[in-house]
Unconditional design. Structure first.
Length: 222
């Protein structure tokens, strides 16, 4: 037995994961107007529920029906209920097209995706819009984008000239050239100082804290 002690380089994991499946059933969510549960099944027979809410960006919404094949993107870092079929709170849902690629991720200053797998070469022909479909002329770096493209290189990261970019994380009520207000950084100190309220009343409980993954943990039992 030879022990392995070599250090491994960290591998970037995609933050936004996708699931492809054919629609079997569409139901309205009770007490949440405009929200839906879409039951889909992939080629392996695995079922999943796409939760489509007001926060979901839906492409070709008028084409979504029983029998349509959809691709849904969800945040893999968010906690999910461990049930079957799985329930995915989708960020983006689109009708699946084998001749068209969709990438959802946050892109850096070089327009490289968070998982280091795709680099965008934006051209004058690239259509760039905000969630409401209006032209977007602001910065793309640091924004959550839905990128639609067809051809890409075989390099790492792959490079593409995207056909369309939808800026998902931009506040469409503000002007594109207005700077984004700075947010207070999340630290151990300001998390521990948070007051926890139940039914609009402050309760005395153990302090909230940040775990190793940077997620705020609160005393749910209390």
């Amino acid at each position: 037995i030879i022990p392995i002690s070599a250090k491994l380089d960290p591998v970037e994991q995609p933050r936004y994961t996708s699931f492809i499946g054919t629609v079997k059933e569409i139901t309205e969510r009770e007490n949440i107007k405009g929200s839906q549960y879409v039951l889909v099944e992939n080629e392996e027979g695995i079922e999943a529920h796409f939760i489509i809410s007001h926060d979901t960006y839906v492409l070709d919404a008028d084409r979504i029906a029983v029998g349509t094949t959809l691709i849904g993107f969800y945040d893999a870092n968010k906690p999910m209920i461990m049930i079957y079929p799985a329930q995915y709170s989708t960020q983006v849902v689109a009708v699946y097209n084998q001749e068209q690629n969709i990438k959802v991720d946050i892109f850096d200053s070089d327009l490289v995706s968070g998982d280091q797998m795709l680099k965008l070469n934006v051209s004058p022909e690239t259509q760039i819009v905000s969630r409401d479909g209006k032209p977007y002329t602001g910065e793309l770096a640091g924004k959550k984008l839905a990128v639609i493209y067809t051809i890409s290189t075989k390099s790492i990261p792959a490079q593409t000239n995207p056909e369309k970019i939808i800026v998902l994380s931009e506040d469409t009520n503000s002007k594109n050239n207005e700077p984004t207000p700075a947010k207070e950084p999340v630290t151990e100190e300001n998390v521990a100082a948070l007051q926890i309220h139940v039914n609009n009343e402050s309760i005395k409980v153990p302090a909230a804290y940040l775990n190793k993954q940077g997620v705020v943990m609160v005393p749910l039992r209390a």
